[in-house]
Design a binder for this molecule. Structure first.
Ligand SMILES: [Zn+2]
Length: 310
């Protein structure tokens, strides 16, 4: 199995269009130790020919153009046979609008994500005007072989598991009475395997609560590709960019009590790689102190174009 990191940044990307912070300015200059990054997305394949895109970022057109594995093999058509979404955030779903020519690929998501894209963002009704939209429900806990629009297997299986994060802002407050709360399927992680196999890459680009269920998923995996959005809980507050903390935005911070670094110290086995890194995060600086701190805990930071095999 192979994965290619198409976008290692959180929403906004690096540089973010309206941000003049030192990281964004260094990425614009292109001559320093902060690399430019697209917004959060990966693609996975069992055979190198049929690929499943996981999350469709607003940068998807540039991401596909930069990745030879995803170039068309003939006059029309794409090796991208299906798209799966971990949630309905704009930075994970807006790219669906870019993939409309010829009809959108088969789409795999939870019922809650489908509802958000239908009644909230209204992307799915808009896409229907360009061709049939093939939505296939993902049920948490059930391994699902991913098939293309015509039902042909891709060789990739996804097993979703719910993680506590938060619904996208445009859906906030719609399900206040749901007893499942933040575990209702607004956000999932995926255990990604070849059909019929157990060796998994676990992909979790957004998670707020680091619990025993997540620990068990990660301990079983060959590779953990996980939410590295913020280094500290009050990172945006300190830089004067926002009043929101990491946790109120649905992301466990890397450091501090109950942070991801501490949590991953209790996970033995998988290779540990961070993704969905916000432009404010000091781990973006190659060779910096924050990166060294992660390395001391055996944690890597992904970059665009990085390839993983398992
Ligand atoms: Zn910035």
């Amino acid at each position: 199995m192979r994965a290619i990191i198409l976008g290692s940044s959180a929403g906004g990307g690096l540089p973010q269009w309206n941000c003049g912070c030192p990281h964004c300015n260094a990425a614009r200059a292109g001559d320093g130790d902060v690399r430019a990054r697209h917004q959060s997305s990966i693609c996975v394949s069992a055979d190198g020919e049929r690929w499943v895109l996981i999350n469709a970022s607003p940068d998807v057109r540039s991401q596909l153009a930069a990745t030879p594995e995803l170039w068309p093999r003939g006059t029309r058509g794409s090796p991208v046979r299906a798209v799966a979404l971990t949630n309905a955030d704009i930075d994970h779903a807006a790219g669906l609008l870019v993939l409309r020519e010829g009809g959108a690929p088969a789409l795999y998501c939870t019922a809650r994500v489908e509802e958000a894209l239908t009644d909230g963002l209204r992307i799915l009704p808009a896409l229907e005007a360009y061709g049939a939209v093939h939505v296939r429900r993902v049920e948490p806990g059930v391994a699902t072989p991913v098939r293309d629009r015509d039902g042909v297997p891709t060789g990739v299986s996804l097993r979703a598991f719910t993680v506590a994060s938060k619904p996208p802002p445009y859906m906030a407050g719609r399900h206040r009475d749901d007893p499942r709360g933040d575990l209702a399927g607004d956000t999932v992680g995926f255990a990604i395997t070849a059909d019929g196999r157990d060796e998994a890459l676990v992909y979790v680009p957004g998670v707020r609560d680091l619990d025993d269920a997540l620990r068990a998923e990660l301990c079983r995996a060959r590779c953990a590709l996980i939410d590295g959005t913020f280094f500290t809980d009050d990172e945006l507050v300190v830089m004067g960019a926002s009043l929101k903390t990491s946790r109120t935005m649905g992301h466990a911070p890397l450091t501090g009590p109950g942070g991801l670094v501490e949590f991953l110290d209790g996970v033995a086995g998988p290779r540990k790689v961070l993704i969905h890194i916000n432009n404010s995060n000091p781990v973006l600086r190659d060779g910096g102190a924050a990166r060294a701190e992660l390395a001391a805990h055996g944690i890597d930071v992904s970059h665009d174009g990085m390839q993983l095999r398992w």
